[in-house]
Design a protein. Structure first.
Length: 363
């Protein structure tokens, strides 16, 4: 059977796209994912989707004008009978897709929320809130990345579908750590790391740099590893402001060797301004990394005993001291903890596969 996933973009830095791929890889062989999107990105996951046997479709951006043009009616009519389920990854888009999918004969339609906000742009908040009002009428089942996100979008009667990962892939490995540190030339360094794109600015890179400048005062051999972030003029300006040497910050951009990079780090610094349920924090814990995160991140993501939450109004000096303290802790293998706590992708994918086939989600 084939399942169609709807997501705004398939960019390589899109965390929700990573979640979809994680589930796709863990699905039984008789279930394939196709993905439709409307927002263009320079680097995409199209090749990854197609490698797994999926197809990618670019659709017109969902809008009231599109409803009048019957854009989605045309799209589903052209592909009638190809999908047995539709998985919409944004509640405010259900109004533009669910009725048309139902009319085309798709039996199972679910909606999945991944955030605790209506929009990162204030001008779109009221619009998205209103568009999401009929979502429970239009879709059969509602999923959320966590309890807080589900309560925000659906209020009640939803299922938590975790942003699970392949725990074996992220398992800490000393050899992997040594090899990666040698390749990056950071063998004798104290490595602070973060995983996330610079824009939109929710990952709070300016504060990461401010904290790192304080860490360097206490640990001269410190380096900062920014995975998913490219060299940015604004960030370079902030580095100059705090007298951070250019060679002490590694802008690594989008990478496919994230498990290796996490093994190479000593502390995962995550002072985000807002999050749904960040996959990167799950990955960091699966890698045995100590995680220092902001109190804006839901504690639902905390699995291990080496995660500490701090307020963003704490001083950068306090953040730096805590990061160093956490980085001096012995690195542990968290594989069994993560798996037994229900964060392994294969057990979660089994439940989702059963839903796609039967329309029933069993907790």
């Amino acid at each position: 059977m084939r399942v169609l996933h709807m997501i705004p973009d398939i960019g390589i830095a899109n965390g929700v796209m990573s979640v979809i791929l994680n589930y796709f890889k863990a699905m039984p062989d008789d279930i394939k994912f196709d993905v439709c999107y409307f927002a263009e990105k320079e680097e995409t996951r199209q090749a990854d989707i197609e490698k797994l046997g999926g197809r990618v479709f670019e659709i017109p951006a969902p809008s009231p004008k599109g409803l009048l043009r019957r854009d989605m009616c045309t799209f589903f009519a052209q592909h009638k009978g190809e999908w047995e389920a539709l998985h919409i990854h944004a509640p405010h888009f259900a109004v533009f897709m669910a009725p048309q999918a139902k009319a085309a004969g798709i039996k199972k339609i679910c909606c999945h929320c991944h955030s605790t906000w209506y929009s990162l742009e204030k001008s779109n908040e009221i619009r998205n809130k209103l568009l999401a009002l009929p979502v429970k009428i239009l879709t059969d089942t509602q999923f959320a990345c966590g309890e807080e996100a589900g309560e925000f979008w659906f209020k009640k009667d939803f299922f938590v579908l975790r942003n699970a990962v392949d725990c074996s892939l992220y398992r800490y490995d000393e050899q992997k750590r040594t090899q990666t540190r040698e390749q990056l030339g950071i063998c004798d360094k104290f490595v602070i790391g973060n995983l996330g794109r610079v824009y939109p600015p929710q990952k709070n890179h300016p504060f990461i740099l401010k904290v790192f400048s304080e860490i360097r005062k206490l640990r001269k051999n410190s380096v900062l590893m920014l995975v998913g972030a490219d060299i940015d003029g604004n960030l370079l300006g902030i580095m100059n402001k705090y007298s951070i040497p250019r060679e002490s910050v590694n802008f690594l951009g989008n990478r496919k060797d994230v498990p290796y990079l996490l093994s190479a780090m000593d502390v995962f610094l995550f002072p985000s301004l807002k999050e749904g349920l960040p996959v990167s924090v799950v990955e960091a814990q699966a890698s045995g990394l100590p995680v220092l995160m902001s109190n804006r991140v839901t504690d639902e993501v905390v699995v291990t005993d080496n995660v500490f939450s701090m307020a963003l109004d704490e001083t950068a000096e306090n953040w730096a001291q805590k990061a160093i303290e956490m980085g001096d802790v012995f690195r542990k293998d968290n594989f069994l903890i993560m798996k037994n706590s229900g964060w392994d992708i294969y057990s979660c994918a089994e439940k989702l596969a059963y839903y796609y086939k039967t329309g029933i989600y069993e907790i």
